[in-house]
Design a protein around this ligand. Structure first.
Ligand SMILES: [Mn+2]
Length: 306
């Protein structure tokens, strides 16, 4: 497996060694599916570079999760045609899953997520999906493309009846009608803030394993500002981490992706927040397995987590 020159967190070599790592980060800098702002193609490298300034120690978990081993893979060569791009990411994900690594994909725009999801479905038979996003992404197609980032949850819902969408605050009327007609689980930010949606029960009702897709525009602009299609009124840092912690501790998470960061050299903060988010999520995964008694806090790379 070809590893990346810039490693996530920039740890000492044994902690980013692929063979012994528990988790693998797969950068996938594709931005062919965007509609508005550009720059997601440079995001994975910006996240990796920012991650060198993230503390190894997690003050909430009271541990150094990086010790599980986090390998950073080289980004695959990405074809321009959306169907071929999807196939490339599907195959790259499948290779990582075959090696029993916990996978975290760094996008890239949101159109990539159905590829990762398809590889997980192939491995586990049935997979649930939890999306944190400002947008419902349920358009059957957008600007003529069924593989647009605005259609990714429509593609994922074709592969599973079990999906939960959180933080949503932008959709078109056709999406709203489809949500109502199908009884899809979609928690708008309004309903979240006003306690009108039982998020805890919705998470508890999802069969394992679970894939989490985080579009960084789910966050409030004070947390992550540089994203292609920003919407006001997103999750605070603590709200999102609270939700994610709950998901990781109550469900078996098989992998995740973080998408739609747009690189802007004038904004170091958003890339750093995203790097911190990725490390928090990997830490939650490890901590959940420790809490289940499957493993102790590792001193050195510990192999499969899942
Ligand atoms: Mn979005």
């Amino acid at each position: 497996m070809k590893t990346n020159g810039t490693t996530f967190l920039a740890p000492e070599a044994p902690f980013s060694h692929y063979e012994t790592a528990a988790a693998a980060i797969l950068p996938f800098p594709y931005e062919g599916g965007v509609s508005y702002g550009k720059g997601t193609g440079e995001a994975p490298e910006a996240i990796l570079q920012a991650s060198a300034y993230v503390e190894f120690y997690d003050e909430v978990l009271k541990a150094e999760p990086y010790r599980m081993g986090i390998a950073t893979l080289a980004a695959p060569a990405i074809p321009a045609a959306p169907e071929e791009m999807i196939q490339t990411l599907y195959e790259a994900t499948r290779a990582v899953l075959q090696d029993d690594k916990f996978i975290a994909v760094l996008g890239g725009d949101h159109s990539i997520s159905s590829a990762t999801f398809r590889a997980l479905v192939e491995k586990y038979g049935q997979v649930s999906c939890i999306q944190l996003d400002a947008h419902s992404d349920l358009r059957r197609e957008y600007e003529g493309s069924p593989l647009s980032h605005a259609s990714v949850m429509a593609r994922i819902r074709e592969m599973t009846p079990h999906a939960l969408q959180l933080g949503i605050r932008a959709m078109c009327i056709e999406e709203a009608q489809a949500i109502a007609a199908n009884g899809w689980q979609v928690c708008t930010m309004h309903d979240f803030r006003h306690g009108l949606f039982d998020v805890k029960s919705a998470i508890a009702a999802l069969p394992d394993p679970v894939f989490i897709t985080v579009d960084v525009d789910a966050f409030d602009l004070s947390v992550i500002a540089t994203t292609g299609t920003p919407e006001p009124g997103g999750f605070t840092w603590d709200e999102a981490l609270g939700l994610l912690q709950q998901i990781f501790y109550t469900r078996r998470v098989a992998g995740f992706d973080v998408v739609e960061l747009a690189y802007d050299p004038a904004d170091r903060f958003s890339a750093f927040s995203t790097a911190r988010l990725v490390y928090k999520m990997l830490g939650f995964k490890l901590a959940a397995e420790v809490a289940r008694g499957r493993i102790g806090w590792p001193e050195r790379p510990c192999g499969p987590l899942f």
